[in-house]
Write a protein that binds this ligand. Sequence first.
Ligand SMILES: *Cc1c(COP(=O)(O)O)cnc(C)c1O
Length: 428
Amino acid sequence: MSYKKSVKLFNDAKKVIPGGVNSPVRAFKSVGGNPIFALKAKGAYVYDEDGNKYIDFISSWGPMILGHAHPKIISEINRVAKNGTSYGMPTLLETKLAKLAISMAPNIDKIRFVNSGTEACMSAIRLARGFTKKNKIIKFSGCYHGHSDSFLIDAGSGAVTFGEPNSPGVTPSTANDTIVSPYNDFESLKKIFENNTGEIAAVIIEPIAGNMGCILPKNDFLFKLRKICSENETLLIFDEVMTGFRLAKGGAQERLGVNADIITYGKVIGGGLPVGAFASRNEIMNELSPDGKIYQAGTLSGNPLAMIAGLTTLNILNENPEIYKSLDSKTEYLKKGMISILKKTKIPFTINSFGSMISLHFCKNPVVDFKSAMKGDNQHFKNYFHGMLKEGIYLPPSPFESYFLNDSLSFDDIEYTLSSLEKIIEKI
Ligand SMILES: *Cc1c(COP(=O)(O)O)cnc(C)c1O
């Protein structure tokens, strides 16, 4: 495989775009090597500028749940674009997507569209603070909620104290209001509530974590979390930017049987165009401007092209719920195959999966939180990633990211992926 054009394009890009990319993970920093420049994609495959073809396990980090360039979605975007691309006025498409999303997801009365998952989480926090009239929030170590200041916080020295900025540019006073708890650790969470009585506006969590690899909540962790939030008049925010409309029509809320107070969406809900959303019951959403005093806005929010891409995607999922079962069984097939290949070696590994999300950590210990995810062997991961890339398999270029399977992926593609793993295994 030649990467000549990608190398040249990356060097060019670096002159005018910081690090040559518009989102850091694309730069291949954790695996080394030159990022692949995409030219086009169709179904389960991505084609790069050098003419190489890859089976894609990222699906644009989640949105392309039906596969790339789905004919119906492309034709609908084209149809709508002919009428204009943005009006700064309300359109029928926004109401249609809102109605459909509300009918698919449990426990929400109203939804507000924004342009990214970051915006959705940022706005959800403001809404929670405005509604509860409290200031502090709790997040979990290793969970990602976009790049707004309140979330770029690490745990402080004691797990129960306030957090510390994990990026220059985030002020200590912002960090003061975010408390970081380990994932799956209810005792720490309880202590935080005890030490901050009456001050916690919201707890935000990825109900299935996907930003430290795929990590599942322990047995009753989410139920206990739900209970302690209710007892403290703290709002529970499920960040379903990754899981929403991916794990089921009703996302993680439906799959896990836990109701949140505010739910954030992104990725699948935009069908490959920039969309985020946050949703809740009337009592809370009515506090949002222009009805209420809590301000939130967006020039391109509810953009017609973005709305039609999301609407077409959700319609297909809504009318063909067997897609979810099929995605689950493909993921299960991949997992079983990977396990049987890796078991024959001395390589330590843990594979976590849920629905169409799956990740491989090169460590023996169970991966249940950020600390245990950190124990993975990075050299093994690099060898694995580049070995698979050479075989034409595009995996997330970081051990802390989940794979996202899409509906276009066939069992033959998975068979090929497994035979590639078998082929490169001794090089790991
Ligand atoms: C991707 C992601 C975000 C951020 O969404 P952007 O559209 O990248 O801003 C937030 N939360 C979770 C769980 C995500 O996976």
